[in-house]
Structures are given as C-alpha cells and as structure tokens.
Design a protein. Structure first.
Length: 340
C-alpha cells in the first residue's frame, strides 16, 4: 500500500507544482546539448548520440527519458551546429513532454590554449497528459462506497499544447580545465493545463559545471596507443526552490571508462535532492564509439522503494569535411572525447 501512496504524491507534485523541475541525466556530459548549448561542437568533430534513463523502476509506475542528438563543428566558421530531440514520460498519468531543438555555438580563441564558446538554443516543446483517472474528494461516497462521475472541481480538458523555449550558455576551456554555465527557460514558458493559471510557469534553470583532467600517460594495447586519464567534475543547478549538486570522478584506462559520483547537498536530505551514489562503467573504442552505463543507488529516505535509476548512453564521434583536418584530432579536448 505504501508504494501507491508514495507514487501518488510524487506524481501529484510533478504534475501540479508551479515550480516544476527539469529531468536530470546522471551522465550529463553524455547529453551535451541538453546540459549546455555552448557544448555544441565541443569535440570539434561530428557527433551523434542517444540517451535513455529509467528512473525509480521499483515503483508501479516510473519515469523514462529519451534523447537523441547530432552536432557538427565547422573549422571555417569556428562554429558548432546541433539538433536534438528529447522526450520525458511518466507512465501513470502519461504526462509527456517532448521537444526538438536547434543549437549554435561560436568558438572564440582568447589565448594560445584558452577558448571561450558562447551558445544558444531554441526549442519547440509539446506537452500532453491523460489524467482521466483522477478522483476528487467530492466524488467519493464513503457510506455507499461508490465514486460519482461528477465533481465540482474545475478540471481542464488536458488538451496537448506547445510552446517555445529559449536557452543560452557559455564555456571556458583550456587543455585540461573547463568551466561552463547555462541558463534554460529564460522566457519562462507557461506550463499549466489551466489556461488562466498565471502561476503555472516553468522557472529559469541555471547551472554551473566544470572539471579538471589529469593525464596518466599512454600505453600500448592490442597494437593501439591509448591515453590514460583521470578527471574530476562537478555540476550545480538551481531552478526555483530546487537545487542539486553532482560531484564525481572518472577514469579512462586503455579503452575502459569507470567512475563514481555523488548527487545531493549535504545537510539537505529532502526528496527533491535525490541523494544518490552513482556508479559508472563505459567503453571507448578507437573508432570513435563511446558506450556508458550508470546506476543511481539512492541513499535518501525513499531510495529502498524506488530502486534507483538506470541510464544508458551511446555516441559516435567522427570527422566530416576536409581530410587535412584529421590531424586536428590531437586538439580535441579529452574531457568531451570520453566524458559521461
């Protein structure tokens, strides 16, 4: 009985909260266009990728997120261009938010090994729900143990609606260090199924993310040369009253990627922060294919019932254009070449 009650309150808050929060990927660098528009073209190659996240599979109904993206870097224009499609679904009330977005980022070299990228993103979003199973208090007859079909509450038609969403971001990079910030929903689009609801808007989300690479030397592996590397990274974001902090480390040894990170703000062990320890395992092939799997082990009060979250990412990086630029691979920032 506890699972349905827990699920109801989680979904009720997500469906009707006026300070709604965005979905979050644990492998946030594996969803670069979703994290920061300035990451468009950040590998200085062409890149195509997909992401899938299944959150809280221990509940009778859970949450699913799907993303697919493509971005390309033009050396002539010093610019990155990207296209992304995202879909976030809740399986009980069938709340579905889907979008298609276009991204652009310009790369400005400010010193010999320092670059600043400025990016923007415009998205067309579609939102729908099927809340026909909602039951209000005035519909329940406790004496006759029946449920009436009529209610005095003002129930909207829950017709699908669309809106435009705008984001921008910046990214400062060197050979081993990067620091970025992004602002999403700067136009604060209306998010309620009630057309006259002035409070039902999507608040601005801002985030700060960065990290540092530590080269660990190279080695020969099956005839190929691999650069071993360790990285530390962090991502803080705030949206309305909600805030979240991720910090972790990843290790690339030969072709194997491993990592561990922590999500949560110490001292604030409430449900929205979803305190978790995240375990990561991946594979980076010389062909440009990168595959990653992560599991969120929740250490919050609801972690046992929800059974955490599973996440999978796949991406392929390659070069389109003049073959003379193939030697530019040595300029690619290693963090965005394998980071998840």
């Amino acid at each position: 009985m506890r699972k349905p009650i827990l699920l109801f309150w989680i979904l009720f808050g997500l469906a009707y909260s006026v300070s709604a929060q965005d979905f979050h990927y644990s492998q946030f660098y594996a969803a670069p266009l979703y994290l920061n528009p300035a990451l468009t073209g950040s590998t200085e190659l062409s890149r195509v990728g997909v992401n899938y996240r299944k959150q809280w599979p221990g509940l009778d109904q859970d949450f699913n997120a799907y993303s697919a993206y493509f971005d390309h870097y033009s050396y002539d224009l010093k610019s990155g261009f990207g296209l992304a499609v995202n879909s976030f679904q809740e399986t009980n009330f069938h709340i579905n938010t889907s979008d298609i977005s276009l991204s652009y980022a310009y790369n400005l070299q400010i010193a010999e090994s320092w670059n600043f990228r400025l990016g923007t993103q415009v998205s067309a979003v579609r939102r729908s729900a099927a809340l026909d199973n909602l039951v209000f208090g005035d519909q329940v007859d406790l004496f006759n143990r029946t449920i009436s079909a009529n209610t005095m509450d003002n129930i909207p038609d829950f017709e699908p609606y669309s809106y435009i969403d705008i984001a921008f971001g910046g990214l400062l990079t060197s050979e081993s260090f990067w620091l970025g910030s992004a602002f999403h929903h700067i136009n604060e689009p209306q998010l309620s199924f009630y057309p006259d609801d002035e409070l039902g808007y999507l608040p601005i989300k801002w985030s700060v993310h960065g990290g540092w690479n530590f080269p660990l030397g190279a080695n020969q592996y099956f005839g190929s040369k691999y650069d071993n590397m360790a990285s530390v990274m962090a991502n803080f974001k705030k949206q309305g009253a909600f805030q979240q902090f991720d910090i972790g480390t990843q290790l690339l040894y030969r072709s194997v990627i491993s990592g561990i990170s922590y999500r949560g703000i110490p001292g604030l062990r409430n449900m929205p922060n979803q305190d978790s320890i995240i375990f990561l395992l991946g594979l980076k092939l010389e062909s440009g294919l990168v595959i990653g799997y992560s599991y969120d082990f929740m250490v919050s009060n609801i972690g046992t019932q929800t059974k955490g979250a599973h996440e999978l990412s796949v991406r392929y990086q390659f070069l389109i254009g003049d073959p003379r630029y193939r030697n530019q691979r040595s300029r690619v920032l290693k963090c965005f070449d394998f980071m998840m």
